[in-house]
Ligand binder design. Structure first.
Ligand code: S3P
Length: 172
């Protein structure tokens, strides 16, 4: 069975744009977990956080990841908090190579500052402080879930996609 490639990593590390570029290069279907959740809920991720709460969002995320993990030969982009739940990591591990995208803190801050409104967890007066705090607590989870780590700093999505293909070629 052909493995999936699951992209994980902090908000603003390029999971969506890299996932799109990667799926185009591989000719594989691209599944963005957050987009699927929003489509099914009929509202945006911010609205789910605001109206239903983060716990409900995390349940939806868990179910969606369990479901899409059963596919094969797809590129899956996970929300930045997905791998904090060991069940999500276990779901992904069954049939996916897990690729962690990273970027420098400066670049993450620059990227997320462009669309803070779509990211309820970054709704803070001190954006840089909030990113630093979340990044620090999450980094060990990201690293322990990852089969490969790819730094996206200063790179275009196409270039990152090529690096990922180089990394995983022998596995897929
Ligand atoms: C989250 C990241 C978001 C989205 C939700 C929670 C997180 O996805 O799932 O706002 O906990 O880091 P992106 O990483 O695609 O922004």
């Amino acid at each position: 069975m052909m493995s999936n490639i699951a992209l994980v990593g902090f908000m603003g590390t390029g999971k969506t744009s890299v996932g799109l570029a990667l799926s185009e290069k591989l000719g594989n279907t691209f599944i963005e977990v957050d987009a699927l959740i929003a489509e099914r809920a009929g509202k945006s991720i911010s609205e789910i956080f605001c109206e239903d709460g983060e716990a409900i969002f995390r349940e939806m995320e868990k179910q969606t990841i369990a479901e899409v993990s059963q596919k094969s030969g797809v590129v899956i982009s996970c929300g930045g908090g997905a791998i904090l739940d060991p069940q999500n990591v276990a779901s992904l591990r069954r049939n996916s190579v897990i690729v962690l995208l990273t970027a420098s803190l400066e670049e993450i801050v620059q990227r997320v500052a462009r669309n803070v409104d779509t990211r309820p967890l970054l709704n803070a007066s001190n954006l840089e402080g909030r990113v630093r705090e979340l990044f620090g607590t999450r980094q060990p989870f990201y690293l322990s879930a990852a089969d490969y780590v790819v730094d996206t700093s200063g790179l275009e999505p196409n270039e990152v996609a090529d690096s990922i293909i180089d990394c995983v070629t022998e596995e897929t």
